[in-house]
Design a protein around this ligand. Structure first.
Ligand code: ASP
Length: 442
């Protein structure tokens, strides 16, 4: 029998009633044998995710404010006991809550604390479905550098999960190299779902969320954008990295080598087709040029100019070692014969770091000139069709010039899968709209 792994995100686990809907989805298809869950998320706008409350708990314990911790943990208690009431079946969630509270107070650490939302949510889903609970710490392993140890994880995952014909597994965490609970980055439950799919060699990884798949562009910026029926892993990676946040950008790695497709589905509209994410596109390349457009604001480009830079062996290496020593990564590195720019997320440059970097670059490579351009937004136009359709970049830049948008930076991936432009933050929305209208309005 084919195997489907279902991952339910925070909004699909937000209340008892939604959990019951999710359980119905699982029960409607016997192939849905492994279920991965997130912690309860927002029920309405302005609500607080359980994971956010847990991070707050961790901060409060660390700062020694136990009264504040108790109050915040009390809110988590209410969320879970309400879920239990709505489900209308004894789930013994009180015991799990007491244990978690005690462990956090005993200094179990920030990642342990953050992981308890998923742990308790999985206990609930397992009880609702009457299916065994398997803890993610039994097989998800991180290495010394804090990265997922794929080989160990898939081997252990296959070994552990083959003992169960059905199971519910908490997302978002595993075991670090030090033997303690370790979490992925935020939204990492999507990666856990992918790990389980890879471990059991599923035929499909269904990611159940609160939207019916990917849209060509952010619906908050472009009114009712077109829906994307199918994306390749590569296109997904480009779009999700650049801000299309339906799925964690690292979720494709576990399933990619096995070619397991991912389907994005909507728990609140289960009949919708969703978006399929596949290894090779089945779409006719003549039918579309661009697959999707995504972007992020708040970057800075630091430009270094020096005559004969191209002939100076080791120039780039010295520049990169300045940021490397500080643990700063760059997004793009556009370069000319005598110039190079580093495009860096503003997050890294707060508290005077930008000026310090400029000083360190000056000392390391003695440029003729070094300057920063702040408040840049990056917009990626992505699609396999771009390389095959002549004149794509001409259309894109004509659209931007007609919209009066000044482009500060251009970076085209060598696979021609994307064209990234840097514009002023203030032009971000207009830039997305101009590109969308050029390629998608009939
Ligand atoms: N609960 C975690 C978060 O809020 C992980 C997840 O939902 O995937 O980031």
């Amino acid at each position: 029998m084919d195997i489907k792994v279902c991952k339910f995100g925070g909004t699909s686990m937000a209340s008892g009633n939604v959990i019951l809907s999710a359980a119905k989805i699982v029960e409607s298809d016997a192939q849905r044998r492994y279920v991965v869950v997130s912690a309860p998320g927002k029920r309405f706008s302005g609500d607080i995710k359980v994971t956010d409350l847990l991070y707050q708990c961790s901060d409060e314990v660390e700062s020694g404010d136990i009264a504040a911790f108790k109050e915040t943990f009390g809110k988590i208690r209410v969320r879970f006991t309400n879920i239990e009431k709505e489900i209308g079946k004894p789930l013994h969630i009180e015991d799990g809550l007491n244990e978690a509270e005690q462990e956090i107070l005993n200094g179990a650490g920030r990642d342990y604390c953050a992981s308890r939302g998923e742990f308790l949510a999985a206990k609930i889903m397992a009880a609702v479905l009457d299916v065994p609970f398997v803890d993610a710490t039994e097989f998800v392993r991180f290495d010394e550098n804090g990265l997922l140890d794929q080989n160990k994880t898939f081997a252990l995952g296959a070994e552990v999960l083959k003992q169960y014909s059905r199971a519910v597994i908490p997302g978002f965490y595993g075991l670090g190299a030090n033997g303690k609970v370790k979490t992925f980055s935020r939204g990492g439950g999507d990666i856990s779902g992918s790990i389980v799919a890879r471990s059991v060699m599923a035929n499909l990884y269904e990611n159940w969320t609160d939207v019916s798949g990917f849209y060509v562009c952010d619906p908050r910026i472009v009114n009712s954008p077109k829906w994307i029926p199918e994306l390749t892993y590569q296109e997904l990676r480009e779009l999700s990295y650049m801000g299309a946040n339906v799925l964690h950008s690292e979720s494709i790695f576990p399933v990619r080598s096995a070619g397991i497709p991912i389907r994005i589905c909507n728990t609140f509209r289960p009949e919708d087709a969703g978006t399929y994410i596949v290894k090779n596109s089945t779409r006719d390349i003549r039918d579309y040029v661009v697959t999707g457009i995504a972007g992020k604001k708040d970057f800075t480009s630091i430009t270094l100019e020096k005559s004969l830079m191209n002939a100076e062996v080791g120039f780039v290496e010295k520049v990169l070692s300045v940021i490397g020593k500080r643990g700063i990564s760059f997004e793009h590195l556009p370069s000319g014969i005598d110039t190079m720019s580093l495009v860096i997320d503003n997050e890294y440059l707060k508290g005077g770091v930008l000026q310090e970097l400029i000083d360190e670059f000056t000392a390391a490579v003695h440029p003729d000139k070094v300057y920063a351009h702040e408040n840049i937004a990056l917009i990626a136009t992505v699609g396999h069709g771009m390389a095959k359709n002549v004149g794509t970049s001409a259309r894109l830049f004509k659209a931007l010039s007609e919209a009066g948008i000044n482009v500060n930076m251009i970076d085209q991936g060598s696979s021609e899968l994307n064209i990234i432009v840097g514009v002023e933050n203030k032009d971000y929305a207009d830039c997305l709209k101009a590109i969308y209208n050029e390629f998608f309005s009939e």
